[in-house]
Design a protein around this ligand. Structure first.
Ligand code: ADP
Ligand code: ASP
Ligand code: MG
Length: 814
């Protein structure tokens, strides 16, 4: 015989019950069918009983809602003639429910016994309706009263089953009938006085396991709303997938640690008789599902699944008087056991100085009272401290039978959590090493599950989540490059780069599943919120996504204020914005320090020479022990463009205007022409070379006339360029007379740096620098006579965007 259990969603509507009937009809042998209440009905019954207790009259509405649900289901399933009888039975039972609820409201008393009676109704109703539908479909079916068969103790809401008696009763009931299908309501049972008890939330799975044992079934099927037991909760981890085969032990560990798809006590009765369990999806019956047997596959992934339990409280008992004193643990656990508090997790420091225990949050007040009372004497004597209770926690667990024979799994687990700034409060590894579990903050659960899932199950594809601020010239190109390179990076570098937020000065848009890069502009217009950088930060923290990267494509003064908070939350920062790195030395050093401390990359390659690998090369020189002695550089693509195009045929003003139009200057051209931009760049190179210096330490010999330096606005400034055309003509003709070209040069030597316009003679490497190119000569201990030269396009949106892209990819290699 096969035992099939159908869960709440599977019997949650007429349409789904029809699928259930089809599945049952397709069996060639007799079957026992265990059913849950219609999905959500148990919760409604609990809610109604709570409201009755609080004397909230709305409980009557809930009863009406329950009636509607059942009536609709009946109408969708049964012929008109059969509906009346069925509805009458439902109405009768719901009238009894109303009476009980009125009693609860009047007496202002709700015992566990009454609650059990109330919640048992869900399964009673569903089994009745399903039985009727099967009869109508011509199936020879009997309805078995499971509450009579399953005998338990008096813990009404979490009753313990008397196994032998129960097995005998079920066996007899099924044997005495010649039905093809035996329908049993799940979840419900009774004590020896015949009063209704229930088997705990999710308990219908357990009913089915009891039936399977009783009839020595060949298979226990658990039909539910997902296609098997997944590698992680599919509601939290999108990439999770069904595990094909798993051992009883592994399934037990996963369900014990929160994989709700199987109620933990379900395994033991079937394990006793070695009956396989098959988890299947009622809504996708063709999917393979998960097979649970005693054998444990050695092939495939070593870690079989990751699960978690939320609403956990951590109890810590500590004190100097605990060391070497026997019996402390016994008294601690005794106090918890006496209060029926279930312990989910234990660790003890090897010094015996403290014991850590995790329990359900809603039992923490009781636990504190019980433990403090048990140790009252020691607490008074300051040998033991009052119990410390921390709430808002969760347990995550990696499960796999073969983890014990593989090194490095816990190392990988904890370094991944560390890299993602998930704080670990306690760790436990079962001595059998079938699970490694850790207590973390509840708010980090989604991130922890997803990052661990990526490491242990996802072909090592790393997801990088980008928060992009600034989507004008450079940012727009960046988004375009990410869109066109997406597939290549996924396939070749195993990086899944997703833009989860975009913002410009007007609007910001968040989409945790990834902004559609084909139409981000329309979406930003249509759905964007008005831009606010502190709100942007709050949202970024709230989303708490793994491998988050904040990308600053702006030249804005204020955006860099967010970097510190980003790094402190392990959000990497990639910036072409030079403000932060050229701000005060303290700020620069602090950001570098935070980057190391929180293991969050802070990358700004495009601060100097756009996409050219200048900072990266410099970092490689330094980290391999070299020392920079001198730097000679042309670092302004804008100024280079301007002086290369400035000729007898086009005035200085015209060339500057042209450079602006082509996007080679900063939005405010004064930043380029005053030399401040080049000063910032050489400052950053010096700092990256290990020299502590401030912007004021750099000498700036400006080529601009005083009127231009004094101009307050961009238009005024442009006007002065027109007026002072003779000044610029003189600069040009003097250089020509000396057979030289004008180049704006930054140099560093002997601890001193300066920027300014220079006459570059023909034989100099700078002489032939074209267009908007940059060049840097590094003289170092290793490159003494011949400098290390980096040369190439040093300005423009396309190359800058590709430099930023390079930094983003580098964050993926951290
Ligand atoms: P039923 O009503 O059929 O008993 P449950 O709601 O009790 O269904 O269990 C199925 C649900 O368990 C799934 O919809 C899923 O959200 C949740 N779940 C949690 N962890 C897992 C996991 N590891 N694999 C599959 N489902 C899981
Ligand atoms: N209906 C019960 C519950 O929701 C039992 C079950 O569905 O397994 O907990
Ligand atoms: Mg369930």
């Amino acid at each position: 015989m096969i035992v099939s259990k159908f869960g709440g969603t599977s019997v949650g509507s007429a349409e789904n019950i029809k699928k259930v009937i089809q599945i049952v009809q397709s069996k060639s042998e007799a079957s026992a069918v265990v059913v849950s209440a219609l999905g959500g009905v148990t919760n409604l019954l609990i809610k109604a009983s709570q409201q009755a207790l609080e004397n909230n009259v709305n409980y009557a509405d809930i009863v009406d809602e329950i009636e509607d649900r059942h009536f609709q289901t009946i109408e969708g399933l049964l012929h008109h003639d059969n509906q009346t009888v069925c509805k009458a039975e439902v109405a009768k039972k719901l009238n009894q429910l109303k009476d009980i609820l009125n009693g609860v409201a009047l007496l202002n008393d709700l015992s566990e016994k009454t609650t059990a009676r109330i919640v048992s109704l869900g399964e009673q109703l569903s089994s009745f309706i399903i039985h009727q539908s099967m009869l109508q479909a011509g199936i020879k079916a009997q309805l078995v009263n499971s509450s009579e068969c399953i005998k338990t103790d008096d813990q009404f809401l979490n009753a313990q089953v008397e196994l032998e008696k129960t097995y005998g009763n079920i066996k007899a009931k099924i044997k005495e009938s010649d039905a093809q299908v035996h329908i049993l309501p799940g979840f419900i049972a009774s004590n020896n006085k015949g009063e209704i008890t229930t088997l705990g939330r999710g308990g219908s799975d357990f009913t089915a396991a009891l039936v399977a044992n009783a009839v020595s079934a060949s298979l226990l099927e658990i039909w539910t709303d997902v296609s098997g037991m997944f590698t992680a909760n599919p509601q939290l981890v999108r990439q999770a997938y069904p595990i094909e085969e798993i051992s009883y032990q592994e399934a037990m560990e996963l369900s014990h640690f929160g994989a709700k798809v199987l109620y933990p006590p379900t395994i033991q009765p079937v394990l006793d008789k070695n009956i396989p369990i098959l988890i299947k999806n009622t809504m996708a019956a063709e999917d393979k599902g998960t097979l649970i047997t005693e054998k444990s596959l050695v092939s495939g992934s070593i870690v079989k699944g990751i699960s978690h339990i939320g609403d956990i409280a951590l109890l810590t008992l500590e004190g100097n008087g605990m060391v070497g004193v026997p019996g402390i643990s016994k008294r601690l656990f005794g106090a918890l056991a006496q209060n029926n508090i279930n312990v989910k997790f234990i660790t003890q420091a090897s010094s015996e100085h403290s014991i850590c225990i995790a329990i359900d949050s809603n039992e923490s007040t009781l636990a504190k009272q019980a433990v403090d009372a048990a140790f009252e004497f020691e607490i008074l004597q300051h040998k033991v401290n009052p119990l410390i209770v921390e709430d808002g926690l969760a347990i995550i667990a990696l499960v796999g039978d073969h983890m014990k024979s593989h090194q490095g799994i816990s190392g990988k687990m904890f370094s991944e959590l560390g890299n993602n700034n998930v704080n670990i409060r306690a760790i436990a590894q079962g001595s059998t090493e079938k699970n490694i579990s850790a207590v973390i903050n509840e708010k980090d659960v989604r991130k922890a599950l997803n990052s661990l899932h990526a490491v242990f199950f996802e072909d090592q594809i790393k997801q990088i989540n980008l928060f992009v601020v600034g989507i004008g010239n450079v940012g727009g190109k960046l988004v375009e490059q990410i869109r066109s390179q997406y597939k290549y990076l996924l396939e070749n570098l195993h990086l899944n780069i997703r833009v989860v937020a975009v913002a410009n000065s007007r609007k910001m848009l968040f989409d945790p599943s990834g902004v559609d890069l084909e139409k981000w502009e329309d979406e930003l217009d249509a759905k964007g919120l008005s831009s606010d950088m502190s709100a942007f930060m709050v949202k970024m923290k709230e989303l708490n996504l793994r491998n988050s990267v904040f990308v600053d494509n702006t030249a804005n003064q204020d955006v860099p204020d967010l970097y510190e908070a980003c790094l402190k939350h392990s959000i990497a920062v990639v910036a072409c914005n030079k403000i932060a790195c050229s701000s005060s030395l303290d700020n620069y050093k602090n950001l570098k320090y935070l980057s190391r401390k929180y293991n969050a990359p802070f990358l700004f390659e495009t601060n100097v020479g756009a996409g050219l690998p200048i900072i990266d090369t410099l970092n490689n020189l330094i980290s391999s022990g070299d020392e920079i002695t001198e730097i000679q550089a042309v670092l302004s693509g804008s100024l280079n463009f301007i002086f290369n195009n400035f000729s007898a045929d086009s005035s200085f003003y015209n060339v500057v205007e042209q450079a602006g139009i082509e996007g080679y200057t900063e939005p405010d051209p004064r930043i380029d022409l005053s030399g401040i931009d080049v000063m910032r760049k050489i400052l950053i190179l010096m700092r990256e070379s290990g020299m502590p210096c401030e912007l004021d330490d750099i000498e700036n010999d400006s080529f601009l006339p005083q009127v231009s330096l004094d101009a307050n606005t961009v238009p005024d400034f442009m006007e002065t360029l027109k007026q002072a055309s003779q000044h610029f003509e003189d600069l040009r003709t003097k250089a020509e007379a000396a057979d030289s070209r004008l180049k704006y040069v930054a140099s560093y030597k002997n601890g001193k740096a300066k920027v300014g316009l220079q006459h570059i003679p023909k034989e100099h490497p700078f002489y032939n620098l074209d267009g908007k190119d940059n060049i840097v000569l590094f003289y170092t201990n290793r490159y003494k006579d011949q400098p290390l030269i980096i040369k190439g396009a040093g300005a423009g949106a396309e190359v800058t965007a590709s430099g930023i892209f390079g930094d983003i990819i580098r964050t993926g290699n951290k």
